[in-house]
Design a protein around this ligand. Sequence first.
Ligand code: XUL
Ligand code: CO
Length: 444
Amino acid sequence: MAFTGEATKQAFPDVPVIRYEGPSTTNMLAFRHYDPDAIVEGRPMREHLRFAVSYWHTFRGTGSDPFGAPTMVRPWEQGGDPLAAAISRTAVAFEFLEKLGIEYYCFHDRDVAPEGATLAESNNYLDAVAAELKRHQDRTGIKLLWGTANLFSHPRYVHGAATSCNAEVFAYAAAQVKKAIETTRALGGAGYVFWGGREGYQCLWNTDMKREIDHLARFMHMAVDYAKEIGFSGQFYFEPKPREPTKHQYDYDCAACINFLRANGLEQYVKMNIETNHATLAGHEMQHELEYAGMQGFLGSIDANTGDTLVGWDTDQFPTNIYLTTQIMYTILKYGGLAPGGINFDAKVRRESFEPVDLFHAHIGGMDAFARGLKIAAAMRADGSIQRLLEERYASWSAPLGKRIESGSETFRSLEAEMLAKGEAAACRSGRQELFENLLNTYF
Ligand code: XUL
Ligand code: CO
């Protein structure tokens, strides 16, 4: 992708187009491992990784936290009319995407365009900004990975949106999601994400949980029906997060979400968008969440960030841990890749990293960490030692008895007869966890 550099007044004049220079470069504004055209397992890296920038954190993040005011230095944010600012910000976003060679972005309705005084005014603002996004997409070839609606910031969503105790709030949220799906379709978006935000409860005494979860299912069915009606063929995703802002959210983890989808007849329409820091908050490893979704055919897309185990918040940090990215890419390769999903950096620079160039360092580090994870995972798969050890561990299931149990031809009676005749099961073999872990380290 060549930098088309439309903006005469660039937002990042000191940052060049970021290129692959290989592991030995000393240039920190270069890729050491992300080489978009390098072939891994028969496909270019760009197709495996499908990186996306999240509009909200990268272009709307202010650095404020519960203890303090915004810290980010963003010279292009000069106040004034919010719609005009939103429109000129799109040029900044596309300059950033082009300089990094990132081919996708993701957005919420209310982070690309301001909220108006009425629903109609908000819709008009969104249309105006979407027209500009479309123009930049056409100019650069950059695409929309997925769109979503912000159903959690405005005070009307104090009790949730689809699960609000106020039916008119449900109706408002429906109208907002209808518009967000239309906008995503108009921008050729490859997907649409449901992340409730406040779909959960703070206190069970004032909550009719059955009713709220039924309403959430009704809401999703309406979205799916409307998408069919207007010919939006993008993939729907459901994004788990166990808590924060509510004490308990109904989209707790992949297991809860997949149960919800199946219980409500939504399984053929919705896959999972899995976020690393949300897995951590649920008490799972990201690898667990990916494996759980993957084994059941629900692996859709990922929100790539990381948390801090010493800070109990959704800190949304950029991923730099190569063990983590290796686990993620190993599981993604195992289940055949993410497309039409991708790797969305749902991550924000630290409040202390307030200069524009920090946005580049953050994304370069995340992209390189994932490229490295991809290369290591591919090497592990090519070599096959881990897979062979794993198969050995389950060897008894490939022997006659195991095969008969798996194929359903054994019963409690027949197995009792087998064990009465033998008297004791065959001795168990070592699990060799340390060997597995040591073997893993040989690839780094
Ligand atoms: C919030 C979060 C969201 C979703 C989209 O924790 O991750 O940004 O990804 O609403
Ligand atoms: Co997310």
